[in-house]
Design a protein around this ligand. Sequence first.
Ligand code: DHE
Length: 504
Amino acid sequence: MHARPSPIRALKPILALAISTLVLLPSLAAGSKSTESLYQKHCASCHGAERLGGMGPALLPENLSRLRRADAETTIANGRPATQMPAFGDTLDQGSITALAEFIYQPPAVSPEWDRNEIQSSHLLPHPEGSLPDKPVYKADMMNLFLVVEIGDHHVTLMDGDRMEPIHRFQSRYALHGGPKYSPDGRYVYFGSRDGWITKYDLYNLKVVAEVRAGINMRNIAVSADGQYVMAANYLPHSLVLFDARNLELMDVIPVENDTGDSSRVSAVYAAPPRGSFIAALKDIPEAWEITVSDGKPDVRRMQTDTWLDDFFFDPDYQHVIGAARDGKRGYVINLDTGKTIAELPLPGMPHLGSGITWEYQGHRVMATPHFRTGAVSIIDMDTWEVIKTLKTEGPGFFMRSHENSPYAWVDVFFGTNKDKVHIIDKQSLEIVKTLQPAPGKVAAHVEFDRYGKKLLLSIWDEDGAVIVYDAKTLEEEKRIPMNKPSGKYNVWNKTHYEEGTSH
Ligand code: DHE
């Protein structure tokens, strides 16, 4: 057993001292009664009396980790365009705005709960399964649709992948994260937000059909290969949550803890189609979990791992998973049948395995992954589990994509001074053959091909951004469609057919 002293336990005396200090200093602006009452007066009606969210997002430190404090102040003062968030700059003075911004970054006195009751009471069902027509309300190849998530103003654009034109644009929950997941027939799509909301959307009728809030701080969702279940992975609370995919009704809450009662955040949950199961990556205990559901009842198989593993990549048969060690230096390959580690890979610079893709190279299947901390792409032989090439890039990357029908793999340079560049790699010479800089100064990232591998979309990741359509063969730009900080793009065919060049 790999026991590790719980960081919370180790910090308890310090926390107790800090809490008692706060109690002794009631005049501290952020924690003072007057700030609390300012919050209740101006913010609580949308963000919840306990900051758990409502019409607006949750305002707890875990949920705000990606928002700089200065930006929080600006949002309070100026509001947020295209949302219900009003500007308080005329109502509140600067001192109050600063105090409110500080207040929302403080942990609440009592740890918030989100269990069965809260999940069930959040359930919304505007259109129960079977109540809407089974025919699309527009004409398009329903298997060649794209969804584009626009994180600038929390919207999603539905695109026709033949014409490469938008069909419809709709508001999403605040801060979607991770890939939306399609039902196996491609009719429905499930979105997950960092605030814990799962939204089921009908692509035939262009309507939200069901919603539920699975947690306070959620990582991602997965849909089972048979389309029957949706599972959510949470940071807060430490749980996995199972839903019936039809109407998003709660089936079970699985607390995530080891034998000795140490609980863990869940980094992510993935569907493993050939195994008919879900696999979960745990952040705080050195285990990987396989969850099989039969007759609505989840059964958890726990695999002990050599270290804490994050960020998973699966081989095409789901026989093996590669996990990145938390020290950011190694990858571990685990045989999912035996639960044993069968190889250790030197992957310095924190590989982003979740972005990995595979292809055939000299009679072998290889996988490639960019790295978060170094300007490199590692290419790994999946038969021998050896790194066969470390390709130097102009900076650390986030996403890598290709398509079975394309000779090229695309990788961005998401971080650093070259964030506006994208490399195109020849999948057989394993060399960079072209570097694009489509919008100087603006991040260019995340590619998704159409179902045929003939065209692709690249995001200009900016509020004044766009998706760019490229010809996948000539690598020439065809057009730009303006969008508000487009992040991921998801093609129905590629996702439902587990295309080798994209995420699943
Ligand atoms: Fe993601 C997918 C984890 C930060 C945009 N991201 C994923 C997945 C995981 C993950 C485990 C796969 C789940 C899935 O698709 O179901 N992401 C993490 C992190 O741990 C990290 C580094 C820190 C964090 O705060 O969560 C992180 N991710 C980001 C971002 O900063 C990005 C760029 C902007 C954002 O919206 O938050 C971002 N992540 C994405 C996107 C995907 C994603 C667009 C889906 C990619 C795909 O093509 O499938």
